[in-house]
Design a protein around this ligand. Sequence first.
Ligand SMILES: *[C@@H]1O[C@H](CO)[C@@H](O)[C@H](O)[C@H]1NC(C)=O
Length: 322
Amino acid sequence: MRLRLRNIFLVYFVVSLVGLFCALRELGEDPFHPPDLFKAPPIPPMPPPDPFHPLYSPPDSFHPPRPPPDPFQPPQPHFSPPRPVQKAELVRLSQTLLHVPALHWVVVEDAAAPSALVGGVLAASGVSFTHLSAETPPDLRGRPGDPSWLFPRGAEQRNRALRWLRDTRGRDEPGVVYFADDDNTYSLRLFEEMRSTRGVSVWPVGLVGGLRLERPLVSQGRVVGFHTGWRPERPFPLDMAGFAVGLRLLLAHPRARFDPRAERGFLESSFLGGLVTPAQLEPRADNCTQVLVWHTRTEKPKLRQEEQLQRQGRGSDPNIEV
Ligand SMILES: *[C@@H]1O[C@H](CO)[C@@H](O)[C@H](O)[C@H]1NC(C)=O
């Protein structure tokens, strides 16, 4: 039986790497001077302890004072997960994807091997998925303290997914490939818009690049330019969330890939340049006038109380997955 719906292959990569936080890709932000580092409000003084508060710990008679630190012992490592929001983001996205028919989710972790945490979320999600991993080589990872945007994120992982598509899909199989991001917000309509992609389809992305929206400019049904606030001379000034690729076109260009050494902002161009010219882009979302995907961000949770309790040996139960 022929599938009436063209399959969507949704490629997604998961960062599980210490020190690689969400890249400061917003151009309004100067990565060397993150605003909240310098404009953080003063920390209010601690209120007096409330013995009925669940986090209240009775004074020293119950907890003997800790011994002074042994100068020959390295400091105790304590809970500092690489990305504490990882499971929450996966659950949130998977529950959007559950509503999309004929979708296969390819999740590539930046790790030596697929992790049990991600595997567990995927298995429980009810979404058809493939779980892979590809580790970013050390020379492309940047050193601790380097700005996180120094190297493009996710190139290795997206290329791993491209290899999976080339290894497993038939040359004439209909399908559409979309590269999803960790924390974007997706309208279900977006997936229906991209389903008719033949070559490369494009649409606006909201809240990205320091703008309310970035979008291809369309005249008489053709892309004639781009609304973007930064480096408009880029061949394809598009966010990763702003395009999808027809599987047949992708398989017809076996060398198209993301360049892990691409200059900042040129990762999308390094891939799309191997597939189409800007004039061949197919506008969707009412000639690129509808925003159906938003580059929202997950705030990095502050775990100061957790660290404080852990120093007292009373951290949250480590056996409970968060
Ligand atoms: C896009 O623009 C073309 C040319 O102006 C027009 O024929 C077409 O109906 C438009 N499509 C949509 C979905 O608005």
